[in-house]
Design a protein around this ligand. Structure first.
Ligand code: ADP
Ligand code: MG
Length: 463
């Protein structure tokens, strides 16, 4: 028996089988954008967009992929490897699989082609595309949601609301949707803008009596991407205007994507009708990347710049900077610049020195107890007196325990001193609070998000 398959057809069949055994989100994240780059004899090389996908496929999906391949090609393919390729190649030639001959006769199938010319981009950073985004624990869901929106805009997940701390890739992902849609529909108008710009343009339009112009800019695009939407909270006129803008997009099934530093419900002073609308579609959070993902991000950035660091150095970097991908990138840039200037091989010692000038081990010495308490009070919108006072209302006890936890964790303050700072409480109260929050962080994702956000804000204030 013999059967003729193109590499593409073969891979589509494999993906078809994989779709049955993995969840939709995982399929979208890890498998959907893979393809065959080479097919020689019994060996196949699968192209993947980044090191993280490569790692993930090798570790988690290798076996079912191999099984599917063996099954579809009747054991003609017995080896699979995964290679990072940033652009899909040209259409593969046809190959013949034959079970009658034992000799492997299959020719290489695909040659890499040059990327297509980029489409015009409106306000989008060329670099913020899906190809350069490393998917991992923390951003998996947001990434899958953005991919889904890029595939089917305006329908299923409208609006898409992405939230998370600073420097975790919200803007990157949001713009990636824009790029992907322009690639598919070169004639579309994609408008990216920060909520801050929306606000100032609106105020200016009112002042100058040019609302018609404003509306034609903001209400007519095919896709609207509004970054840091929390900015409009508390601004009456802007919220009103955004409400109408939102309705037009939603009613006409034009895609709206928003980002924010927190979920709709937690944005203080946001009108209820907006809060509820922001929840109509899909809400996805971005959390801090885990160590593995941070490593993958570093590796991707180094590959892009053809730069290399030893494994232990990378590990050290990824362990030292945990809260913010932008900072991670910044540190890497600084290291590369340093190495270029001095021509010194970047070993652990060198990197440790460079890092000591830009990062912090915790917040000790950088944030005072008063600043920390102030941040927490602001975050929960309670007064400093309430935070440190004696009232045992639930909405005060929670923040107070978080304060004790962070004083210990970030400022390394002793339990008796923590008790003292928080209205003269006993050191056992501080210990109890610390343990309770530590435990809570592993079980309660909402709590984790809140503590992460407070940390983010503290770190941000330090830059
Ligand atoms: P946010 O909007 O959440 O503050 P950004 O989208 O501006 O964050 O991301 C900060 C920087 O980190 C950008 O340069 C972005 O490209 C990079 N970055 C963040 N997450 C990732 C990721 N998962 N893979 C690659 N780069 C990332
Ligand atoms: Mg941003």
């Amino acid at each position: 028996m013999s059967l003729t398959l193109s590499a593409d057809q073969l891979w589509q069949s494999v993906l078809g089988e994989m779709e049955l055994v993995v969840s939709r989100a995982n399929f979208t994240t890890w498998l959907k954008s893979t393809f065959i780059v080479e097919w020689r004899g019994g060996e196949i090389v699968v192209g993947v967009p980044n090191g993280f996908t490569q790692n993930w496929l090798e570790k988690k999906y290798h076996k079912p992929i191999l099984q599917a391949l063996e099954h579809i090609t009747e054991r003609q393919v017995q080896r699979v490897t995964y290679r990072i390729v940033s652009h899909r190649g040209v259409a593969p030639v046809m190959v013949t699989i034959t079970t009658e001959s034992s000799a492997p006769v299959l020719a290489p199938v695909v040659e890499a082609s040059r990327a297509r010319e980029p489409a015009p981009r409106f306000g989008l950073q060329p670099h913020y595309i899906f190809d350069t985004f490393v998917v991992g624990k923390g951003n998996e869901l947001a990434h899958a949601a953005c991919r889904a929106v890029a595939d089917i805009p305006g329908k299923k997940y409208n609006p898409l609301f992405i939230y998370g701390g600073v420097g975790l890739g919200k803007t990157h992902l949001m713009q990636a949707i824009g790029h992907a849609l322009l690639q598919l529909h070169p004639d579309w108008r994609v408008l990216y803008c920060s909520a801050e710009k929306f606000t100032s343009d609106f105020v200016k339009a009112i002042r100058e009596g040019r609302m018609d112009e404003f509306k034609s800019v903001y209400r007519t695009p095919d896709v609207l991407l509004i970054d840091d939407v929390q900015f409009i909270a508390g601004k009456e006129g802007t919220q009103e205007e955004f409400f109408h803008t939102f309705n037009e997009f939603h009613q006409q099934q034009r895609q709206l994507v928003m980002t924010s530093d927190r979920p709709p419900k937690s944005i203080p002073a946001l009108e209820e009708r907006l809060t509820s609308r922001f929840e109509w579609g899909m809400i996805a959070d971005i959390a801090m990347p885990d160590l593995e993902t941070r490593l993958a991000i570093l590796q991707a950035k180094m590959r892009e710049r053809r730069f290399q660091l030893e494994r232990e150095v990378l590990q050290f970097l990824a362990e030292s900077i945990q809260h913010n991908v932008r900072e991670l990138e910044g540190a890497l840039n600084k290291i590369m610049a340093h190495c270029e200037l001095t021509n010194v091989r970047p070993n652990l010692e060198v990197v440790r020195n460079i890092l000591s000038t830009i990062t912090f081990s915790g917040l000790r010495g950088l944030v005072t107890v008063q600043q920390l308490l102030q941040h927490i009070a602001e975050f929960y919108e309670i007064s400093l007196d309430d935070l440190t006072g004696g009232c045992r209302k639930k909405e005060l006890v929670g923040p107070r325990q978080i304060a004790m936890y962070l004083m210990r964790e970030e400022l390394d303050i002793s339990y008796p001193s923590i008790g003292h700072e928080l209205g003269g409480r006993d050191h056992t109260t501080a210990m109890h609070a610390y343990q309770k929050i530590s435990r809570g962080l592993t079980e309660n994702t909402r709590l984790k998000q809140e503590v992460d956000m407070i940390r983010q804000k503290l770190y941000q204030g330090q830059r």
